[in-house]
Design a protein around this ligand. Structure first.
Ligand SMILES: Cc1cc2nc3c(=O)[nH]c(=O)nc-3n(C[C@H](O)[C@H](O)[C@H](O)COP(=O)(O)OP(=O)(O)OC[C@H]3O[C@@H](n4cnc5c(N)ncnc54)[C@H](O)[C@@H]3O)c2cc1C
Length: 460
């Protein structure tokens, strides 16, 4: 029998359209491995919500590979060492993996590739980051020309079927998933997660099928948090339970602005990774210098800034749309995109708190927390990033809430206000704030003036 191949899994927990599996299966028996390596990612180790998702995803994936006669091997510790130990233990001829672009994964791939036969494959993006370039061969910084150029190339290929896979003669030892404690025990904060989500490849495809039926309405509904108008595929895509190529393919033949707008959003995911490919530490500091000398209110130095940050995190700012979003996030690990923009803008511009505090909070609380998408979107909202400067465009949360008809959404997530009519729920008078719902932490007009004057001061 041929020597086995290790498939090293990370955010690519699927069997279909999985080029690393296809490559390994063509060379020998397959040993799928996931290594939990918290130290490698340093400060970027998985947040609590992501760990909750990972547990479900590994469990589902373990069941899926068993149907193909395989076992999912779980190891904990330094990923390079663990994989090399497994190569020795099993006599594997080498390792196949899908390429990942976060800086700590790039380092690990280089290290591993120096010590064993590591074959890396592209598969988690519509096109490998770095492939799409301007006429002069440089990478794009701005979304629109990037999207236009990428669209001209798509689709690059059809999704790959699950290959015929053989099992090795013997299996190496594995940790038990439960011993990793990825899910909370006591207190169990994840009841809302269980109601909202089912991780895994099968659930991802069910979600995609459901969305394809309603893709026509996407253009109309995607900005209305009160309705289920978006695909809710983000954690499935983030964990690689489904590939963007499969998503693209499922929409094949769908014409109309709904499907087109949706395709544009999926391209945003590629765009974000394209930015990280150029600037690997992008989520760690402002791209534009002016924001590095900005007069942020620092929660580490000012008690009132710390109290504002806490109020934002807990959904107690006194702005119903912001609070509804932050509570949806806390309860389910996900927030509607329109509300992510409003809540992010509120933290940065109304509370004048550095976007990195928000980015970190999202990192810890989102089931779809993604190094690229999160960092790129936070810098986009703050105006500190590679694209156009949005800082002086300050979103008014109350009119956004009215415009996008968020009354039912607020009733769901801020039950203290559930008895109010649509007309007053977006901006209730202080006397109508019931059941301990707080007054606004800062008046909108005053916040706007403070933000603009801080911006002028930083520009000098
Ligand atoms: C401040 C902020 C932080 C964000 N952090 C993340 C994050 O950590 N992880 C994450 O996946 N998305 C993030 N987003 C982008 C976006 O909010 C989510 O992808 C979207 O809400 C997921 O819901 P959906 O799957 O129903 O999206 P849909 O509207 O159905 O879109 C389909 C897919 O396209 C991709 N997508 C959509 N919008 C964007 C976008 N603006 N940028 C990049 N990809 C996009 C996602 O993979 C999404 O699943 C963030 C947005 C903001 C404003």
């Amino acid at each position: 029998m041929n020597a086995p191949r290790i498939v090293w899994l990370r955010r690519d927990l699927r069997l279909a359209d999985q080029p690393a599996f296809c490559s390994a299966a063509a060379q020998g028996p397959v040993i799928p491995v996931y290594v939990l390596d918290d130290a490698r990612a340093g400060e970027r180790q998985l947040g609590g919500a992501a760990r909750w998702w990972l547990h479900g995803s590994l469990k589902a994936f373990g069941r899926e590979v068993e149907r193909h006669g395989l076992r999912l091997i779980l190891r904990r510790g330094d990923c390079v060492k663990q994989i090399l130990d497994l190569v020795t233990e099993t006599g594997a001829s080498g390792v196949d993996a899908i390429r990942h672009y976060e800086p700590w994964w790039r380092e690990a791939e280089e290290e591993l590739g120096r010590q064993t036969d590591l074959q890396l494959h592209d598969g988690n993006y519509l096109a490998p980051p770095g492939l799409v370039t301007t006429g002069t061969g440089s990478p794009f910084k701005i979304y629109t020309p990037f999207a236009r150029a990428l669209l001209r190339l798509l689709p690059l290929r059809d999704p790959l079927p699950v290959p015929a896979i053989t099992a090795p003669e013997a299996w190496p030892g594995s940790d038990s998933l439960v011993s990793w404690d990825l899910r909370p025990g006591n207190p169990d904060w994840a009841a809302g997660f269980r109601d909202a989500w089912e991780p895994g490849e099968e659930a991802a495809h069910a979600q995609l099928d459901d969305f394809v039926e309603r893709a026509d309405a996407y253009e109309e509904e995607r900005n209305r948090p009160s309705v289920d108008g978006t695909s809710r595929l983000s954690p499935h895509l983030q964990w690689g339970e489904i590939s963007p190529t499969q998503v693209w393919h499922a929409l094949d033949g769908q014409r109309g602005t709904g499907a087109d707008t949706f395709r544009g959003e999926v391209i945003w995911r590629d765009y974000a990774q394209n930015v990280i490919h150029q600037f690997p530490r992008y989520p760690e500091s402002s791209y534009r210098d002016v924001f590095e000398r900005f007069g942020w209110r620092d929660p580490q130095k000012s008690e009132s800034a710390a109290a504002d940050l806490r109020a934002w995190q807990r959904g107690r700012t006194g702005y119903p749309i912001v609070d509804a979003g932050m509570r949806q996030l806390w309860t389910t690990g996900w927030m509607h995109n329109r509300v992510r923009m409003i809540a992010a803008s509120f933290l940065i511009k109304h509370l004048l708190i550095d976007w990195r505090h928000g980015e970190r909070w999202f990192w810890d609380t989102l089931v779809d927390a993604d190094y690229a998408n999160n960092g790129v979107n936070w810098q986009w909202v703050s105006g500190s990033g590679v694209d156009s400067n949005m800082f002086p465009r300050i979103m008014a949360p109350l009119s956004q809430s009215e415009k996008f008809d968020a009354a039912a959404y607020i009733r769901e997530w801020v039950p203290e206000l559930a008895g109010l009519e649509d007309a007053e729920i977006h901006d209730p008078a202080d006397s109508r704030r019931r059941n301990g719902y707080p007054v606004k932490r800062i008046d909108h007009k005053a916040a706007r003036e403070r933000a603009l004057s801080a911006y002028r001061a930083a520009k000098g």
